[in-house]
Design a protein. Sequence first.
Length: 377
Amino acid sequence: MEGLPGKNNNKKNSKEVAVVDGREIKELVENKEAFNSFVEHKFRELDLDCDGQLSVGELQPAVADIGAALGLPAQGSSPNSDHIYTEVLNEFTHGKPEKVSKTEFREVLSDILLGMAAGLKRDPIVILRIDGEDLQEFVERPGFESEAVAIFSQVESENAPLSKCLMEGIKQQTVEHGMPPSSDPWVVSNIIEPAMQELFSNQPDNTPTQETFLAEFKKLLAIIRRQLQEHPVIVAHTENNFDGSGVKRLLANKFELDKLLDSGWKEVPKDKHNKTSKEYLRLSLDKIAASADLPPYGAIDEMDEVMNEAFKLVSIDDSKAIDETEYKKLLKEILASIMLQLQGNAIFVSSNSVVHEPLTSASTLLNVPSLSVSPTE
Ligand SMILES: [Ca+2]
């Protein structure tokens, strides 16, 4: 895969300030008494006009808090995350401009929190504090110059101006190098652009030699390091390696697998001969996904390809009617195919997003202990 930070986790631990793994969230929701009083308290706080129902407007702070707890940037800052905010709101309102009762609020909140907890269990969020120290170490490392030269040789053939070469260099620095994610628009406008302006305030933007590039790249990273020292950036980092081991575990656990297949069969629509259409296997796989440590279909392109391969294997698109035995057999074949593909070629996925406010103050809805950021220094 392209653009992934290498899996060298050696530097990350020093700056980890919290690991959010969903355990506390699950404990909260499963403790009926604690969760009821939590809902009670939150509902009262949100119900501004005290009519016992939450309007779409009154729900907004809850939706914003859920977003903050998920490590999303603020609403309105990116179409991708705004889509998730809309989804969260729709969970409460079912897409209609209706008011939400306390019972509904409790149910949806419990679903969302349990979903988050399950997601976090598979895919814990590590909160990193990027304060310039790692970046400095990276620049001082013996391998730095050869890495910089390699970046330069990629762009020099195009006779690119210095600024373009430097941008290319910055783009290739990752969280592992102590650089906040350069794909984040906030990082571009608050860190990279000001640093570039400072660097170019007293020099023209010519095509550089290798020596110039090296010297200016170091200067640029030094400016960024100083910015980070003054204003550390908090980044929510997730990584996950899909290697098929979760599917293997599930396939080996006959009791759990049978239970999942039974409930899957119960849920799919059937014709009068008690048969279903092959196309529902897709839906059934989605229901099983979490138990097999797989992401939902549509969430990760590379994983979708693996699932599509498995669907092809059972010719899912021929819409043939299948009975219960065939249904279960095909679903097991799909799982086995996914497992074999991932065992042969594991898929590593990581993401980094800047947390714009400390999670402690941003997420008042979900202020369970694991979600608060407490610097370890
Ligand atoms: Ca109200």
